[in-house]
Structures are given as C-alpha cells and as structure tokens.
Design a protein around this ligand. Structure first.
Ligand SMILES: [Zn+2]
Length: 377
C-alpha cells in the first residue's frame, strides 16, 4: 500500500509531467488531464507555487473571477549545459520547461588540455554570473567517459587529455552539482523531446557524425544505459580489414574513413595540402575531395545498413556537423544504405543544431532530478 507521502509524490510528478508538455494550464485542465481530484490539484499546485517551481498568471476574462493559468517557472531552477567537442564548445542555459534561456558557442581554438579547461572555466563562470538561478552543470563529452565517477577517460581529439576528473574539477570550482554524460546520449534525449517524428517510438538509434562518430540507443522507450565505461562505438567498427591506423589502437575503423577528421586526414595524405583545405577543395570541385566524400558515404551506408539488419530498429536518426558542411550528403547516405538492404528502413536526418547535445545534457538531468527538486531531497 502507498503511504500518503508516496501518493502525494506520485500525484505531484503527474502534475509536473502534464505541465512540462504545455505552455500553461488552468487548475481545472490539470484535474482533467491528470485525473486527480480538485482538492489534490489545488493543494499540490499551491505547494509548487510557494516553492517557486510554478508561477501563476491571471487569465483575461469578460466577467466574474479571472481564472489563473499555471506555468513551470521560466526563470528558476535553471541548468547549464556544456558540449565539449572538437568541432567547438557549446554552452546553454535551459529552464524547467526544457527551453533555452541563453546560448553561446565558442570555436575550438586550442585543444591542449590545460588551455581548454581554462576556456571552459571562464565561460562557465561568465554564464553563472549572468544567471544566478542555475542549480546544476551538465557536461556532454565525446570519447570515453566513466559515467559513475564522472571522469573523461580519453578522447582522441585533445592533447594531453587523459583521465580528466571533470565532475570533481567543476564541483570544486563552482560548488554546483555536476553531471557528465556521453554526447550521443545527450543528442538522443534532445531529439526524443524535440523531434515529432520520434513521438511514440520505442527502439532506435541516434548517430552523431562529426570529427568522431558516436551512437546512442533508445530501447523500450528509454535511453539504453551501457556499462559505466562502455558505449556503442559505431565509429570503431571495422570498415576496412587491416586498413588505416586508428587512434584507438586498431586498424580500419569506420571513423578513420568517414568522420570529418578522417576525411581531412586522407585528403592531407593524398594531396600534400593542409587538412583544413579539404572543405574548400570540395566546394571548388576538387576531384580528390569528392572521391574521399564518396568513399565515406559508401562506408557509412554499409555501416548503417548493417545496423538496421542487426537490430531492426524503428528508426535511425543521423545528426552532426557532417551535414552542416555537406548538406547534400544525407541523400547519398540514404541511397547507399538502401543499396545494402532488402527491406524498407526508416532513416531520418536531423537539421543540424550545434547546441543540441548541450541542451540534451540538461534535459537528462531535469528528468532525473525532478523529484529531488520537487521534494527538496
Ligand atoms: Zn578505432
């Protein structure tokens, strides 16, 4: 049997969930939508108002007593999200409604560990000063992490970056609870809450195609949580046996052929030009650059088709900076994927939003800590 407290907790969560999906709601609508009694709705909403989690606004009415509309506070209990990625740094402040209050991106100018940490600290400090209602910091990190200890174990993209205790460092410096998430997991959360094509979906994958290739899985309607230190490594599946050397220690990994960095490196090796010239060369119709992209497209098609064949997911959603740099590539990846499948597949493409992983990191924390906020746990 549920105790009174458990019952109240359950009802409060019901009310919070209904409010999270709506701009604003009256008490009467809340009662209808939650199936709770008028008395329960009144007493719980009074408590939420008192804690500042909810605010009330008078509704304009022609006569009689104006009804109040309730909204989750847009300015209190904010979360700061930071995506640390070799393609750039992204900082967002997200409110309880899951909306972005402030957003800033910084280029990755220096990937040396100490310099990078300095940039992260300075920008974090600046945003905390501008938003005094931030209650937590959420880091979205590429590479290998330990979810339990909050340590970024390694990434092949930053110099000297090994076993960096990000959570400990941030908590010590800013005295705010800090969480560390793997970036594809954050991207999955972002899309599950923002992409109507994924509504009601239970099984699928989100693949991030940037300098690296990351992947997260939705299983039975929830983010599939792998072990503390493991994750889905589509980028390190073998695309070419005994192929190009990968920073992970193996040879022939997909990432060395089909990630942005992999393609830049192939271009540098074959043309003798600087790696950063790859994109420009492509835009100017350079044959070699086009061949490299075509090779990447073919290999991505095979990898994604294999993923469909292995797991029969309801969808695979592709996202990342690859599409910002080569907008036409999705069509080609889709064609290549279908060439390697006999059945139909639901391959989706997200319009690229640089700050999506940082927002997703906040959304994970909002979902996981709602009860703590609501009940001062
Ligand atoms: Zn590898």
């Amino acid at each position: 049997m549920q105790t009174n407290f458990e019952l109240k907790r359950h009802n409060t969560m019901k009310i919070f969930e209904v409010m999270r999906g709506r701009e604003s709601v009256s008490r009467k609508e809340l009662a209808t939508l939650t199936g709770l009694s008028w008395g329960s709705v009144s007493s719980i909403s009074a408590e939420l108002l008192q804690k500042g989690i909810v605010i009330a606004e008078k509704e304009a009415s022609a006569g009689g007593r104006p009804a109040e509309r309730l909204t989750l506070s847009p300015t209190q209990f904010l979360q700061l999200g930071i995506d640390i990625n070799s393609v750039g740094l992204s900082f967002v402040v997200v409110n309880l409604q899951g909306k972005v209050v402030q957003s800033e991106t910084l280029p990755m100018e220096n990937s040396d560990k100490d310099d990078l940490l300095k940039v992260l600290y300075t920008q974090t400090e600046k945003m905390l000063l501008q938003n005094s209602s931030i209650i937590g910091i959420n880091l979205s990190m590429q590479g290998k992490i330990n979810r339990k200890t909050g340590v970024s174990l390694r990434t092949n993209f930053f110099k000297g970056w090994k076993n960096v205790p990000l959570v400990e460092l941030f908590e010590k410096k800013f005295s705010l609870p800090t969480k560390l998430y793997h970036d594809p997991d954050c991207l999955l959360y972002y899309h599950m809450q923002n992409d109507p094509r994924l509504t009601g979906k239970n099984d699928g994958f989100v693949v991030r195609l940037d300098d690296g290739i990351g992947m997260a899985r939705l299983l039975n309607g929830k983010l599939y949580e792998t072990g503390d230190e493991t994750s889905f490594e589509l980028g390190h599946t073998i695309a070419v046996q005994d192929g190009r050397a990968c920073a992970c220690g193996k040879h022939g990994c997909l990432e060395t052929y089909a990630s942005l960095r992999g393609m830049r490196e192939i271009y540098q090796e074959k043309s003798g030009q600087n790696a950063v010239a790859f994109l420009d060369a492509f835009k100017h119709g350079d044959m070699l650059a086009h061949e490299i992209l075509q090779g990447a497209t073919k290999r991505l098609g095979v990898a994604i088709a294999n993923l469909f064949t292995l797991s029969a997911p309801e969808f695979i959603l592709l996202d990342g900076g690859l599409f910002a740099q080569f907008p036409a590539i999705f069509q080609e990846i889709e064609t290549s994927t279908r060439e390697n499948l006999t059945d139909d597949c639901n391959l989706l493409f997200a319009s690229y939003k640089r700050e999506a992983p940082a927002i997703g990191a906040c959304l994970i924390t909002i979902e996981k800590t709602t009860e703590e906020i609501l009940f001062d746990l």
